[in-house]
Design a protein around this ligand. Structure first.
Ligand code: UDX
Length: 438
């Protein structure tokens, strides 16, 4: 297939490289020259395991090119829209500027028979609106909605071997069948391997995506709400999650209590979903998502309060080590990162914060230059009164008291992700605190 991918961020760059890896001819298009020159040189502009490898094989094969020139889309038959839909400034709704601008600039290059495929997470109703614009500008061209479920850190695997495919296609039987046939060709490998496929209408496809994210966010906030109860009763939320997780109706995954969810998707998607429900006159249906959001944000405050408590009621001028800035391990993404938020809040209280992360320092520094960043864990913990483990990178999960004992000023640690062995730290004389665990 000849494919264009418009938007080369965390989603689009991986999608473009993965499509080339599958044997398609792909052009990735983005307005950001810095991103395009990096991708053109075969260098991933962000950290994503597996991406550098497929970028270099695809670039060497000649099947993958990148450009800022939208006219390059003219040679493609299938056009993926993979631009961001961030939270709009001053509101909970999704900012649709980038999706609309991407389509606007693509329309002049569409021809009959082309398929525009939306991958971005959008408010329900968007696909129907964009389909009309495609039909007007390019009679004979079609639009489908094919939501993306990739997880950062596993993005390449999730794109090449997704756990399901969803196609939202036109109600018109003939157009719908043609869109499905083209997408089947794009995803021939996954389909051949028996990947479950749901072919549905536009609204359902759009809602599948936001519902999945709302469910995951709810699951995390559920266990974090139980962690709050555990904290006042002396119960252990990790053992509780193990026990309820054995019930296959519940399942253990996404039941890790900690400092909560962040990232470019879950937080803004639940807000945009709630805002869309209100526009549709069904605000009450999703009002629980406000509670999900509130529980999530309370976990960050809990860590800040614990730090102040451990420091005897005052964080001012106290040295605090922050291990982890990315919103989760194996990513350099700091969008709505709970770890970074906690570092910023402590800095605001006058604490002397030294923060580190294996991959996210550059992004964190660009957004919060007021923080002090150090490259190594050792430099971060040196003379610290309290150590915070906030993103569970493999190196931090392996941490044992011996590694840092001789460096710190006070043997106090907060395990924001419940990944350390509490017994080990306590028997080494540390004041060890976790989230929802005694
Ligand atoms: C998410 C969805 O998983 C993905 O399907 C969708 O396409 C985009 O949004 P991602 O943002 O990459 O993917 O992160 P995810 O792995 O879902 O984690 C989200 C946040 O939840 C992270 O901050 C993570 O630390 C947190 N989390 C996850 C928990 O706090 N506890 C858990 O048990 C699981």
């Amino acid at each position: 297939m000849r494919i264009s991918v418009i938007g080369c961020g965390y989603l689009g760059a991986v999608h473009a490289a993965s499509m080339a890896e599958l044997g398609h001819d792909v052009v990735g298009i983005d307005v950001d020259e810095r991103k395009i020159s990096s991708l053109s040189a075969g260098v991933a502009p962000f950290f994503e395991p597996g991406l550098p490898e497929i970028l270099s094989t695809a670039s060497a094969s000649g099947r993958l090119t990148f450009t800022t020139d939208m006219s390059a889309a003219a040679i493609a038959d299938v056009h993926f829209i993979a631009v961001g839909t961030p939270q709009k400034a001053g509101s909970y709704s999704a900012d649709m500027t980038y999706v609309d601008a991407a389509l606007d600039s693509l329309l002049p290059f569409l021809k009959a028979g082309d398929l525009v495929v939306g991958k971005s997470t959008v408010p329900v109703g968007t696909a129907a609106r964009l389909a009309e614009r495609v039909h007007e500008a390019a009679p004979g061209a079609e639009l489908a909605w094919n939501p993306e479920f990739l997880r950062e850190g596993f993005a390449v695997k999730d794109t090449i071997s997704p756990d399901r495919l969803v196609y939202g296609v036109s109600d018109d039987a003939e157009s719908g069948a043609r869109s499905k046939a083209l997408l089947d060709e794009v995803y021939a490998k996954a389909i051949g391997e028996g990947t479950p496929l749901v072919v549905t209408d536009y609204a359902t496809a759009e809602l599948v995506k936001v519902s999945a994210n709302a469910f995951l966010a709810t699951k995390i906030s559920f266990i974090n709400a139980i962690a709050e109860i555990a904290e006042v009763t002396g119960a252990n939320v990790t053992e509780l999650a193990d026990a309820i997780g054995f019930d296959t109706r519940i399942g253990r995954r996404f039941l890790n209590a900690g400092i909560g969810f962040g990232g470019g998707c879950l937080p803004k998607d639940i807000r945009a979903f709630g805002a869309r429900a209100e526009e549709l006159g069904r605000g009450e249906s999703l009002s629980f998502l406000k509670e999900v959001d509130a529980i999530n944000l309370r976990r960050r405050q809990r860590v800040v309060d614990l730090v102040v408590e451990l420091l005897g009621g005052q964080a001012f001028e106290k040295r605090v080590a922050v291990l982890g800035l990315a919103f989760k391990p194996d990513s350099d993404d700091i969008r709505d990162s709970p770890a970074l938020d906690i570092a910023v809040q402590l800095n605001g209280l006058g604490a002397d914060v030294l923060a580190t992360d294996p991959e996210a320092i550059a992004n964190a520094h660009a957004k919060h230059p007021q923080l002090v960043f150090v490259e190594s864990l050792e430099d971060a913990v040196r003379d610290a009164e309290v150590v915070l483990l906030l993103t569970e990178w493999a190196d931090y999960r392996r941490l044992v008291p011996d590694d840092i004992e001789s460096l710190v000023a006070g043997k106090r640690i907060i395990d924001g992700r419940n990944v350390l062995d509490s017994q080990q730290w306590r028997s080494a004389g540390w004041d060890y605190r976790a989230m929802g665990r005694p």
